[in-house]
Write a protein that binds this ligand. Structure first.
Ligand SMILES: [Zn+2]
Ligand SMILES: [Zn+2]
Length: 325
């Protein structure tokens, strides 16, 4: 058997709705990054897709995540800010939001003389994955831990599994800022399967927990701009609408014909049934959210997200699960 590499075959590239201006952020520089001030000595860096943050303090720089795509641009951004302000550019602490390689793999660039901090599950998972780019944090926490470094306060919180089992809330109360990564993609829809959420109820609940903190600026890990509380509310509305539509379609749609047609291919019936429910639930979204959230017309993201939520409605919440009489 061979795999079609696409080298000799024709393919079509589909068109998508224009990205709303409001979903885009500042233009990146020649090296491919933008660094901006959030408040006081807290800064954020983006390449348009990934984000991290850093605090400059008398005890060195505290880095919040180290995304691979930003890589060496993280230190460039730090150098740019610290040299302008005449403060130390040495990264002394690295705080991880979660264990995923895309948000953490620039960690090793900062060497061994850095205190790495993360949830205890982040440590476990990084030890398990044994990736030289991501040394496991030595400093860990379970539910809550407050760090006071260089006169600045950072409150780490873990509120249960959501996007990943270890995904944590990084709160900077004196900077009016929350960092919560891979839950709300500010201005954009979640990618595949609800942003790859390992825990759907946890993922759906996370924005409400985020809004329970007092803040004005959200560092969401994606995409090109900072988030606001309104961005979180819009995300909640979008996901809430998928949930509501799924409940309505799933409980009113009669799939009997699929199960008759494909018998005894049960997997064909299940796949056609649940995919159709997801497609119908998502059908109104592209038009409704055009100009407000980028990617609402990208079916592979939105429909796979609906399938994943539908499975959670069934398996976590028991929707439509019937016990044989
Ligand atoms: Zn992640
Ligand atoms: Zn991410």
């Amino acid at each position: 058997m061979t795999v079609d590499t696409g080298a000799a075959s024709a393919f079509t590239m589909r068109d998508f709705a224009p990205v709303p201006e409001s979903s885009l952020g500042p233009v990146v520089n020649e090296q491919g990054y933008y660094v901006g001030r959030v408040e006081r000595n807290l800064y954020w860096v983006t390449d348009g897709v990934y984000q991290c943050g850093f605090l400059t303090t008398p005890d060195g720089v505290i880095l919040l995540d180290a995304p691979a795509t930003l890589g060496h641009n993280i230190q460039r951004a730090i150098d740019e800010i610290t040299s302008a302000n005449g403060v130390s550019n040495k990264v002394t602490y690295l705080i991880h939001s979660h264990h995923h390689a895309d948000h953490a793999s620039a960690s090793s660039l900062f060497g061994t003389d850095v205190v790495r901090v993360g949830h205890e599950e982040t440590r476990k998972l990084m030890l398990r994955d044994n990736d030289p780019n991501r040394p496991a944090p030595e400093e860990t926490f379970q539910d809550h831990r407050t760090l006071e470094i260089g006169g600045e306060r950072i409150e780490l919180g873990w509120h249960g599994s959501n996007h990943s089992p270890d995904n944590s809330f990084i709160y900077l109360p004196n900077h009016d800022t929350l960092m919560l990564v891979d839950v709300v993609n500010v201005g954009w829809v979640p990618i595949y399967s609800l942003n790859l959420a390992v825990d759907v109820p946890g993922y759906i609940a996370a924005p409400e927990i985020a809004l329970g903190y007092e803040w004005s600026h959200l560092i969401s890990g994606h995409m090109g701009r900072l988030g606001s509380r309104d961005d979180v509310a819009l995300h909640q509305q979008f996901i809430g609408e998928i949930v509501d539509n799924l409940r309505e379609v799933f409980t009113t749609f009669d799939p009997t014909e699929y199960y008759q047609k494909y018998w005894p291919n049960m997997w064909a019936s299940v796949s056609e049934h649940l995919d159709e429910v997801a497609r119908r639930a998502c059908a109104p979204l592209a038009a409704k959210y055009a100009g407000r959230i980028a990617g609402a017309d990208i079916d592979s993201f939105v429909v796979s997200t609906a399938v994943w939520i539908l499975e959670s409605l069934r398996l976590d919440l028991g929707l439509g699960i019937q016990v044989h009489p």
